[in-house]
Ligand binder design. Structure first.
Ligand code: FAD
Ligand code: A2P
Length: 275
């Protein structure tokens, strides 16, 4: 069977209908480097909040060009949301940034990942530590009732260079209060701590520095992090992940996995910057 499909901004010749094609239902551009979009959800797709899937478009030769993307929507949502960088020369995102409502993308329905509740031992507080698009898995986890059932306090630290880069996360957190499903659960439990590093804003500084100096604990009225009560999930650049792991280890937390739940887990927000 063949039919004309409009993949991204590129009008394609007749191609076989892909079983993994999903339709774009919403697109919003946040900055010239960041956008979010929603697509239809395959009826059979089950995932745990925090996991990622492979998504993409067909390349010029009609071959799938796929990249890993955290699902930013919670597991109960009827659609799937993604939050994306725009890399100017990036093979995928130089094209993906042009998608419009009604376009189709490829989505391989095989969710995986370490940023899941099952990979952590029970605790009192959960820390979500993200830079840049690394907030995507936490956009899912912050909207999942399980997060608030499992923990007394949920601390979302998100750091970007500029205020505009924080906006997707800020609006998401603000919207949670009015969310009919989890609005009440979130109230008083979710502590949002956004910071910038290269533009003035009410809160400044790298996550690593705010943890090491103790500023975050003083600002939020929390005790210093420790293995008995605190759990953490980390998602950012390789350099960030590397440095924040060292900080968490100093607080006595140990890295866990799906197969061996411990006190913190880490996922790359992207690959390609060394270390
Ligand atoms: P690529 O050739 O893949 O990347 C080119 C360069 O751009 C990289 O070397 C890197 O320096 C830079 N880069 C790539 N992605 C990012 C990013 N997110 N932030 C800053 N710099 C970046 N990307 C998202 O935008 N949203 C996600 O939710 C997301 N989830 C991911 C989950 C996992 C587990 C992994 C491994 C990657 C994830 N990525 C995510 C990155 C994504 O897979 C692609 O790298 C990205 O979409 C760029 O694709 P590209 O083909 O345009 O460029
Ligand atoms: P900084 O501006 O001080 O480099 P990027 O846009 O380069 O991916 O960075 C996103 C955010 O993550 C920036 O605020 C940046 O701070 C911060 N960051 C980058 N590398 C690290 C690191 N190794 N440890 C802590 N924060 C980092």
């Amino acid at each position: 069977m063949t039919e004309h499909i409009h993949f991204g901004a590129v009008a394609m010749a007749p191609v076989p209908v892909l079983p993994d094609a999903q339709t774009v239902t919403f697109v919003r551009h946040w900055t010239d480097r960041l956008f979010s979009f929603r697509v239809t959800r395959p009826k059979t797709l089950r995932f745990r909040s925090g996991e990622f899937v492979m998504i993409g478009l067909l390349d010029d030769r009609g071959k799938p060009l796929l990249r890993a993307y955290s699902i930013a929507s919670p597991s109960w949502d009827e659609e799937l949301e993604f939050y994306s960088i725009k890399v100017p020369d990036g093979p995928l995102t130089s094209r993906l940034q042009h998608i419009k409502v009604g376009d189709q993308i490829i989505l391989r329905p095989k969710p995986v990942g370490t940023l899941v509740h099952d990979a952590l031992l029970p605790g009192r507080r959960i820390w979500f530590l993200a830079t840049g698009t690394g907030i995507a898995p936490f956009a899912s986890l912050m909207r999942d009732p399980e997060t608030y059932e499992k923990y007394d306090q949920v601390i979302m630290m998100h750091t970007c260079r500029t205020v505009a880069e924080l906006e997707y996360g800020r609006q998401l957190v603000e919207g949670l209060r009015d969310d009919p499903l989890i609005g009440e659960m979130v109230e008083g439990k979710l502590l949002y701590y956004p910071t910038t590093t290269r533009e003035d804003s009410p809160r400044m500084g790298r996550i690593t520095d705010n943890l090491t100096s103790g500023k975050i604990f003083a600002d939020l009225g929390l005790p210093p992090m420790g293995a008995a009560e605190d759990r953490a999930m980390v998602c950012g650049s390789l350099a960030f992940n590397h440095d924040v792991k060292a900080v968490l280890e100093k607080f006595g937390l140990h890295e866990g996995a799906n197969s061996e739940p411990l006190e913190y887990v880490v996922e790359k927000a992207f690959v390609g910057d060394g270390i």
